[in-house]
Ligand binder design. Structure first.
Ligand SMILES: Cc1cc2nc3c(=O)[nH]c(=O)nc-3n(C[C@H](O)[C@H](O)[C@H](O)COP(=O)(O)OP(=O)(O)OC[C@H]3O[C@@H](n4cnc5c(N)ncnc54)[C@H](O)[C@@H]3O)c2cc1C
Length: 465
């Protein structure tokens, strides 16, 4: 059986590996438009060592991902973070990250008095007594809109969007509750099903109490993230090697058509027919490639939007003056700061604390603001250095800027808006109607590395069934 996979990002490579495991006789060809594999996973060789310029970590509580990496023989390469706290820059000063919150959403104003004004604090504390949210268990709505309505703008602009912007490259206004904080949607569902008033503070308080009870029962607070000693290259190279697939780089595919029961790929690559095709490309590309095979599926996927961002990696000769924190998130409403976040990589990850220098990643860009992704390289580096100094006092120019790498991620992440889950549900129904075709990638069941792996493995299994 001949199988084509389009896209050699995490989803495509995972699917190739899984197909090989399920059927070692299958001949798998992977076609990748870029001149390298890995997609949004990209480890760059800094003089001081391998450094990730895309994803840098994964959620360590996802045991399925850890088991998968161990299966690849990478168990020894996994590293834990230092545990240093992150900060939040809002209202022109740094604050501790709100501890008792769900993705930045508090249950009460306790401990937030310096971050939020008195009126906002009072509003949070009165929310539980306000008329309940009209919650529809069958749909989704904007997280930002709901938090604005219940708690006011400051909570969104200062806290929630800062946290969500770091994960989704989008403001909370553009993100769905069920799509991005499913446990909150489930808590609303449960309150509504029990006939209780659906309130934000009530739902969050319940979820925080559950989390604290779990941590207490466990006896410790587990590390949230894990990473690889040699960066994500360890994972994508292992996947490529162990997949047994023929991987073609610089192999852009422009369309896929059917010839009898088989598929023909147009563009770079093979003119031979394939028995099955897996599309492991971003949603708009998948939409373009599926035009002939399923116009309706193509149309459905076209509605998924992408958010762009830029990462500026900087290596300094000295770490003196860099705060002892893992990083800083910047509030949405900070007028004089361009960056949305800084990761102090050499503080966050002991394995990146090399030679006494400092490694810092500055991140820019949110959905709806593509201009910054296109800014000149020098401008981005200046913004990064100026913002870092303004926020932390650390003078990167004086600290000796030894290396810089600017990585633009045009269309880096799908936007999980309020319509996203319904779109994906419909897309899955339509995929099931096209025999021999599968889809995989960050747009399907979640953007995080564990979610992409789990979905790609499922897609591979159903393609082979
Ligand atoms: C800046 C950034 C930071 C992130 N940080 C984290 C993190 O710390 N932790 C975490 O868990 N997740 C993180 N993520 C998310 C995670 O990295 C991605 O969701 C995941 O890597 C996406 O994998 P994918 O295979 O679905 O897509 P991609 O990586 O986009 O792979 C798709 C591949 O298809 C190729 N392609 C596209 N069109 C064609 C075509 N026509 N023909 C052939 N090939 C084509 C592309 O070149 C690409 O290589 C981050 C994402 C970004 C952008």
């Amino acid at each position: 059986m001949r199988i084509a996979i389009i896209g050699a990002g995490l989803a495509g490579l995972t699917a190739a590996y899984e197909i090989h495991k399920l059927n070692p006789q299958a001949q798998v060809s992977v076609f990748e438009a870029a001149d390298r594999i890995g997609g949004k996973l990209h480890t760059v060789a800094f003089n001081a060592g391998p450094t990730d310029m895309g994803a840098e970590a994964y959620l360590a509580f996802r045991q399925d991902a850890t088991e998968f990496f161990k299966e690849l023989g990478l168990g020894e390469a996994l590293r834990s973070p230092s545990g240093l706290p992150s900060l939040l820059y809002a209202g022109g000063r740094t604050h501790e990250m709100p501890e008792r919150s769900l993705m930045g959403i508090p249950a009460s104003s306790e401990g937030l008095e310096e971050l939020l004004d008195d009126a906002t604090c009072a509003r949070i504390d009165a929310e539980g007594a306000a008329p309940g949210i009209e919650w529809d268990a069958d749909s989704d709505c904007s997280l930002g809109a709901l938090v604005r309505e219940r708690y006011g703008d400051q909570v969104v602009d200062r806290v929630v969007s800062a946290l969500q912007g770091g994960v989704y490259s989008a403001s909370s206004d553009d993100l769905g509750i069920r799509a991005t904080v499913p446990q909150l949607a489930a808590a609303f569902d449960a309150l509504a099903a029990d006939g209780k008033p659906v309130t934000l503070s009530g739902a969050v308080a319940g979820l925080l109490a559950d989390r604290e009870a779990r941590n207490k029962a466990r006896g410790y607070k587990p590390a949230v993230f894990a990473a690889f000693e040699g960066g994500y290259a360890e994972a994508y190279e292992a996947l490529a090697e162990q997949s047994g697939a023929e991987i073609h780089i610089d192999a852009f595919i422009s369309s896929v058509s059917k010839k009898g029961e088989q598929f023909l790929l147009k563009g770079a690559g093979d003119s031979q027919p394939f028995d099955r095709v897996l599309f492991a490309t971003p949603a708009p590309t998948t939409a373009m490639l599926l035009r002939d095979l399923s116009p309706e599926l193509s149309e459905t996927l076209r509605s998924i939007k992408l958010a762009s961002s830029v990462v500026v990696g900087m290596r300094f000769a000295s770490a003196t003056g860099l705060p002892d924190n893992s990083g800083i998130l910047v509030a949405l409403d900070e007028p004089d700061v361009h960056a949305k976040a800084f990761t102090f990589s050499s503080k966050k990850w002991p394995h990146l604390d090399r030679d006494g220098g400092a490694l810092v990643r500055a991140s820019f860009g949110r959905f709806g603001d593509d201009a910054i992704t296109r800014a000149e390289e020098d401008t981005l580096v200046d913004y990064a250095l100026d913002d870092l100094q303004r926020i932390t006092g650390f003078d990167g120019r004086a600290a000796g800027l030894e290396e810089i790498y600017v990585q633009r991620w045009f269309g880096g992440l799908p936007v999980y808006g309020p319509e996203h889950l319904a779109t994906v549900r419909r897309a899955k129904e339509l995929v099931a109607q096209v025999p021999g075709v599968g889809v995989a990638g960050a747009w399907v069941d979640g953007v995080g590395v564990p979610a992409v792996i789990a979905q790609a493995r499922q897609a591979a299994a159903s393609l082979m069934s």
